[in-house]
Write a protein that binds this ligand. Structure first.
Ligand SMILES: Cc1ncc(COP(=O)(O)O)c(C=O)c1O
Length: 463
């Protein structure tokens, strides 16, 4: 048993309250007796709790120790705390549409409760929703799946982590182009797999070079994760480039592809979306992930899905059946209504996409006016990933040196009161991410504050 700290040792050795009467002079006063008794009991329980505390093994599994917490969540929480403390911070860190869920979808959820759709559904999702997903994948993506090749989960995030856990053996490599969505490498680590990060260049719109991919693949490469349109860059992979990537993938029989298509509908002309599984020979080795959070503004409903060959999807389903079971029955009913809105979400979605495009255009134009900032114009999603590295090295009085994306974001939060996410969270420390899931007027205020804060850095930049 571990020794007690001296401060918790017996009262006779360390604690002599004065004036506590000694035993020989103790007056026959019940008050003093009860004080002593209470002291003894108090020490007894203190000793006990210290012993219990000393005996608890607070170590965590190496697996969880290897995982980094999400920086986007941390910054969002920090900004929210500042807002609650009365600081008028403009929050552009979260990856969440600022729109409400379209009324038709919300009403379907309300009806689901009223009509008693409040019980467990099959683990894989209701047949109605899985059929609707199969129909959508056929019509919009040219992909043929049967309902038993679709698994509905509590969000695309769950779909992805289950897929990584289902297909990776310890030591397998998960190949991830950077900048990446923060969770991919951590999911690989959770599966005892090794994330292999492939850098891309802003001058090439952050798109993966197939030659670089070919040079990094080997028999340990198990999963390539592609995200188009991309979070955090907004890049959209053209079909031709995906075909070149598919040619490389085809040479490695063990390699599977996870295609994260959650931003599929948030895309700006002339860009178009291509599902990786639709390319020749790729259906058999692709796991297509999608969800309702982004296009349908349904982040809180927690609904996503994976589609792929039955063998892999069933394995994901096995994990789900022993962890969360099926997604919420209410959300699934709402999901059917969402897919019933028409091709690509119909007018409800196109109205939101139009607003996103207007904001993107405004921000691209505004940031182009800022000296030293490099931009790759995003063609989808609702983020701008800006290279601010020419400002690194600047010193600001009262703040210190801006040495990386993290200190720049801290500076912009302190000085500009705008919350953005450092690029190092996404595997590119030169950049910072701004989410434009906020009204145009909010973005205009943010832009003004960013410009004012950045103006203090200019002399150092041009020095
Ligand atoms: C690229 C990407 N994939 C997946 C997800 C997960 O979405 P959800 O779990 O809300 O469906 C997100 C959310 O931010 C994302 O940006």
């Amino acid at each position: 048993m571990a020794a007690l700290p001296s401060s918790l040792q017996s009262p006779s050795s360390t604690f002599s309250p004065n004036p506590t009467p000694s035993a020989s002079f103790r007056p026959p006063n019940p008050y003093f007796q009860s004080v002593e008794k209470r002291q003894q009991q108090g020490w007894q329980s203190l000793k006990m709790s210290a012993v219990i505390r000393a005996e608890i093994d607070t170590s965590l599994s190496p697996r969880v120790n290897s995982v980094k917490p999400s920086k986007t969540v941390a910054i969002t929480d920090q900004a929210t705390a500042l807002v609650q403390a009365g600081v008028p911070v403009i929050r552009l860190a979260a990856g969440e549409p600022d729109f409400d869920t379209p009324p038709v979808i919300a009403q379907a959820g309300i009806n689901a409760i009223r009509e008693g759709h409040t019980r467990y559904t099959p683990n894989a999702g209701t047949m109605e929703l899985r059929k609707a997903i199969c129909h959508k994948l056929k019509e919009e993506n040219g992909l043929t799946y049967a309902p038993d090749q679709v698994l509905v989960s509590n969000g695309a995030k769950q779909s992805i982590v289950q897929a990584v856990l289902a297909v990776c053996s310890p030591g397998d490599q998960v190949v991830i182009p950077a900048p990446f969505w923060v969770s991919y490498p951590e999911m690989a680590r959770l599966a005892d797999a090794v994330p292999v990060i492939l850098p891309t260049k802003i001058s090439e719109n952050f798109l993966l070079d197939p030659k670089l991919l070919a040079s990094k693949l080997n028999e340990k490469s198990r999963l390539l994760i592609l995200c188009s349109p991309s979070n955090p860059t907004g890049s959209v992979y053209p079909k031709k480039l995906l075909e070149e990537i598919a040619d490389v993938v085809a040479k490695f029989p063990r390699l599977l592809v996870l295609s994260d298509e959650i931003y599929e509908h948030i895309i700006y002309s002339p860009a178009t979306h291509t599902s990786f599984a639709s390319l020749p020979g790729m259906w058999e080795r692709t796991l297509t992930v999608n969800g309702f959070s982004k296009a349908f503004a349904m982040t809180g409903w927690r609904l996503g899905y994976i589609a792929g060959p039955k063998h892999f999807v069933a394995a994901c389903g096995k994990i789900q059946s022993q962890s969360t079971s099926g997604a919420s029955s209410i959300s699934q009913t709402a999901g059917v209504a969402a897919l019933g809105l028409g091709y690509a979400g119909g007018e409800a979605v196109s109205t939101m996409v139009k607003a996103f495009k207007e904001r993107r255009d405004y921000l691209v134009k505004s940031f182009k006016e800022l000296k030293g900032v490099k931009i790759s114009e995003p063609m989808g999603a609702f983020y701008l990933f800006l290279d601010f590295s020419s400002y690194y090295g600047s010193e600001v009085e009262g703040f210190g040196i801006i040495k990386d994306s993290e200190s720049l974001c801290r500076y912009l939060l302190d000085k500009g009161q705008v919350a953005l996410v450092p690029g190092d969270a996404f595997g590119d420390d030169k950049c910072i991410r701004i989410s434009y899931a906020a009204s145009l007027s909010t973005l205009q205020s943010a832009m003004k504050q960013i410009k004012e804060a950045i103006a203090f850095l200019k002399p150092a930049v041009h020095a």
